[in-house]
Write a protein that binds this ligand. Sequence first.
Ligand code: 26Y
Length: 824
Amino acid sequence: TALKANDVDEDDVQGVANTIVRHVTTSLARQAGNMDTIAAYQATALSVRDQLIKRWNETTSYHTARAPKRIYYFSIEWLIGRSLDNAVLNLGMKNTYEDASRKLGFNFEDLLNEERDAALGNGGLGRLAACYIDSMATLSLPGWGYGLRYNYGIFKQMLSKTGEQLEAPDPWLDRENPWEIARLDVAYPIRFYGNVEPVANSDKAVWSGGMECLAVAYDTPIPGYATKNCANIRLWSAKPVQGFDLNSFNAGNYEASVHASSEVGNITQVLYPNDNMYQGKLLRLQQQYLWCSASLQDILRRFTKLELPWTQLPDYICIQMNDTHPTIVIAELMRILIDEEDISYDQAWKITTKVFAYTNHTVLPEALEKWEVSLFEKLLPRHLQIIYRINHDFLQQVAKRWPNDNDRLARMSIIEEGTPKYVRMAYLAIVGSFKVNGVAELHSQLLQATIFKDFVEFKGRDHFTNVTNGITPRRWLLQCNPELSALITHSLGSEAWLTNAQLLKNLIPMAEQKEFRKAFDIIKQNNKRRLAEVIEQELGITLNPRSVFAAQIKRMHEYKRQTLNIFAIIHRYLEIKKASPADRKKIQPWTFIFAGKAAPGYYIAKLVIRLIVNVGKIVNNDQDVGDLLKVVFIPDYSVSIAEVLIPAADISVQISTAGTEASGTSNMKLALNGALLLGTVDGANIEIAEDAGEDQCFMFGYLNDQVQQVRYNNSYNPTPLEQRSPELAAVFKHIESGAFGDAGIYDSLLKTVYEHDYYLVSNDFGSYLAAQKLVDELWGGDPEEWTRKAIITSCSMGDFSSDRSVQDYADGIWGVESERVPDN
Ligand code: 26Y
């Protein structure tokens, strides 16, 4: 039968090879003999896609029939990376596809490398969404992700000759994307601007006019591991609608209607490249609204088919907001219920506040979204009215509880009064949600004690909770580190750890066995050699695989303190230069690896890249240094580069100022792959150190509760840098001498430390050097003990599986349960 055509047994190599050839000749319209690597990749991906679609359909029918409560994860970023390897692994068909491609004359690895990354995200928040959808599928939860289909993902990073970051566009859809299914029939109208007319004697209003466009759905199926369930990420693309701007068209203003058309085309063009740095751009608000309105219309259409009263909406759907970016969806649900479904304001509010939950990812004030009221009013006039009403009712309750406390009212108001006025999105998110969570223990405590303190008093402790982040062990161990995965599976006698990461604990005793340590060590060496080959090839830098590979791989940001690391490297360089040839023999060799992008407008972050690159140029070519010290900046960091870097690291550099990194997730990926943590007492580092044991980690630096005081002193009772840290003062002198490029180019960067040193770089410098010294001693003194610690670390990371995080959300917040498609 026709259906059977898609059915291939998991281990039917010839059958799979046939589907690949069929896609070359049909989907790609090529002769089978004319198959190059790109075509082979595309046909293979399409063959895998058939498998995914089959599961997607089965999952959809099953869930439609069962009608369970569903969870919708709203994220404006989805940092997926490549899909082919991950898909065949999750399907349990990697061997089959390897054999099938060999049969056709191709090496599967080569096909994998033809795939472009889907890089629709900046960093941690976007990658978290991708890990969570993998876990939702694997846990067989009835859930979908919703986001935007940007034509351009995060920019490509290049480096100029002088080490400056250059940005180029990332036209990832230029080659067709085999992983998406265009659903041109699933499209919703979206309105912007226009006028609002109140409806007499009701809460209702009529919003009309302005600009209308369409949001069109594109689906990316996400297979679970060891389950037939397949989740979905539905991404929206903006499209002009025929006669969309009837007003200007009818007025004979053809030009204006064409102008609006190009405005529509812009909406989903490009991902905003800022991470933890807010900019109030109109286009961004258009993105947010288009995404939220389309997703909500889609969800409500599905709910409406159940023919249930609106009061039951919260029993059937939960929407998790990944940060405040989708907060407008709260006002949108209110608008639809009141204006379109004839529900009273109070009833609508009761329903709405049972649907949403909000995850906060930062306490940094510069990352908190607040929209200018005037801009909001222009683009979304009806929503602003609704927000004012929400705020009015909310403040009345506050005033009732704390009479005559005007300061409190001003502090808590969703509208920040002043010139101009702003809408504080985090406050709207808290007021409109039934649960708010932070992403690691310390972060969640800080939220409750600082930026959301008033709201804890008002809403009660139970409104707030913690869900520590996690990472998927499928991509971040099975896929990126196949040798270590094989060792684990062999030693545990089963693959069950891939869906129950707690089982890794059972391997901790193996750390005491010499044979196991040796096997573990050989794998690390292999991974280091694999990375060294790539770096030699791409950057022409020769690495010593016997050196400590220390990786700091994350967005460039002052709070993450790549500065602390590069200044310590310069210090190390000066020490090597000072040492006699005899003393140099006692120095441990290090390779410092950096990777990460800076927001295009973030001048200081870009200067840090420049410094790192230029220090590398000097240090890597200094005869006195040899292979005692190498500094590598890997350009254009991506998910696929991370997959090569992470398994090769010995040391995980996680050195944010205490209290600034909400969680971090590269810390988890690196630890899972056996890197020892060199870090501050911040974010999830704390929980990693607890689980791995502090003996396994090198922790240093001021603690969160000391930071405020030190920061105050830096600003108001400053002491000369020489006194705060003579070593750092010497490093600065060397930089200022022009050792790494013209004297003066780094002045504005150094000034941030000389002056306020808001992030305590000078204060933590000494203890960072001391922590590195401990690393030196262990590396040089007791390699067996090092490996022992690495094994214990890796096998203690069970808690950081995103399966655990997502199960915590499901049980503690979403109230959704597994709905596993029967195996039959
Ligand atoms: C408002 C806009 C400028 C904005 C855009 C992106 C604000 C924030 C972001 C992204 C934030 C982000 O990636 N935060 C990171 O989230 C990770 C996942 O929870 C955390 O591990 C990490 O500590 C945090 O910085």
